[in-house]
Write a protein that binds this ligand. Sequence first.
Ligand SMILES: [Zn+2]
Ligand SMILES: [Zn+2]
Length: 286
Amino acid sequence: MDTEFRTKGFSKLLPNTKHETALFTSLVLGVPLSAVWMWLVILPDYHSVYNGAVLAHFLLIVLLVFNVMTNMIMVMRVDASGDASVLPVILKPDWKFCHWCELNSPPRSYHCHECDTCILRRDHHCKFTGCCIGLHNQRFFFMAMIYSLIGLTYGLYYQFPIVFTALGVSWYMFTPALLAPHLAWMLGYISHWSLVVATVHCTALTAWSVVIYVLWTQVHVLLTGQTQYESKNNVTKYNVSTMFNVKMMLGQRWYLAVLSAFVRSPIPSDGLSFATTKSHEEPKDI
Ligand SMILES: [Zn+2]
Ligand SMILES: [Zn+2]
């Protein structure tokens, strides 16, 4: 059964803990500020006059920021819990009783103590958005990561020659000065401006590494049709086919869902029952 998602009320959108609020703030400020940095610091180094190339860069930056932010907003807005589902009174096969919710919980759903509810086909809890990633919002999380990777790779590629010039140190001092710019600045090897440029580059490199790691885990569960819990516990029965796994994460209209968070793309499950390798087996000749 295809299902559409429900959205949360505004009071439930923002993260609950100080730690998650700090990470969320770094995300909300970091994404637009990195676009401003790209526009005001990096691009003028390559183009002294406004031309078609500058316009193309501008449109690409706007597209990337827009898609990262809209997908992240949808991660937070979509209700990943099973609160709205009609749950059975008796325990069905593969269902379990959740002692915290005091409800019968469907297969593949797990209780999140940070969100204080059971999440349908729960993958993991995202500290940056303060909410769980599950059946209904994993599509948005995955695409936010993809667009973040494109943006960070694009920015780092164009920024690298500028960092190299700004640091102005010999090649054997470049890596130490880049990785510990504060130390290099205190020892007088680099200027104030070089410290700023190197710090931005280091921060972007760290973000790029985190995004690569997260995407690696997401591509793995996408290809194997698993959640992270199922991957750790070797549960393989939901790995129906690669195309079905893609639709379970990105929806029936996955080819359009990759372009924008605003495209409707229903998931082929209501979160209460799931196709398995057994239910998809071809009927055998008798
Ligand atoms: Zn629960
Ligand atoms: Zn959670």
